[in-house]
Design a binder for this molecule. Sequence first.
Ligand code: SF4
Length: 343
Amino acid sequence: MNLKKLQEIAEEKKLPQYRAKQIIRAVYHEGVGSFLEMTTLPKDLREALEKEVQIFSFAVEKIIAAKNRQTIKAILKLSTGEISETVFIQTKPGMWSACISSQAGCAMNCAFCATGQNGFKRNLTAEEISDQVLFWKRYKTQQNITGTFSNVVYMGMGEPFANWKNVKESLRILLDPALLAFGARGISISTSGMPEGIVNLAKEFPQINLALSLHFATDEKRTKYMPVNKYANLAALRGALKTYFSLIKRKVFIEYLMLDGVNDTKEDAQDLAEYITSVGNAYLLYVNLIPYNTTASSFTASFTDTMRAFRNSLFRRGISVTVRKSMGADIDGACGQLAGSSV
Ligand code: SF4
């Protein structure tokens, strides 16, 4: 919701403080979708708010649910015309998580990612980012979806640390008990590898989880498939992780997309284990092996046996590792598939 506009109206109309609180509670906690529904407000105020304040900063173009209804994707049209996407995922029975975007498109151009292939459009505002969470909160209530919604991952379109100012502001809206009221430990930020962002997160939001999309453990391969590595290579990321652990002792997730014949060999597993060990505090680094979801790119997913062997190889070297379940591939709502083009 446009909180600045609400504040302006409150000042202009000299509303008592409790009125603004009442409006905020109705929108953020009671799932109200129109000011006209707020019958506890005077009629002229309801009408003025409806005319001047938008509850959502985007229009929802389409909602697509996976066959098992455990993954639901919303395609959003921003007020300036660009498309962004957000996904609601049942991660465990009764546990829901929102995967939200921080940009429309992405400039990082990772070779395996549908979003990156379509280029960068613009940064999302703090309101456009936090409204994705507000949207799912309201959707869950309206659709009578049971279970808890306490997790948010910044893992949709875009590189969150490339839009840090607005991401930071959106985090404040998520964490504010009067607004979205999420716990910091339920929120994760995923980066393709921006060292200063990693350090800033540890300094400014030490309770928020960090996920690093590493995907390749040699500079040669990483630079080939993830151009961000030219700007910050593996040594720079190691330095950022060391600083991170000097500031906080918090578990960091290392995301590793499994690509057939590209990064899934015995040597790749060895390179990854060596890299993780070289960071220090290896007990705080958790590797998630992610099955690749086919996009328009030429990559294919690693075979199940290959993934198992890769996992076992890391495990034998003392690395914490799990194979993650892929969700929502049938609606292009899985990792690396948010291309803004499914309308
Ligand atoms: S994987 Fe992430 S950082 Fe890379 S292009 Fe896709 S959205 Fe951007």
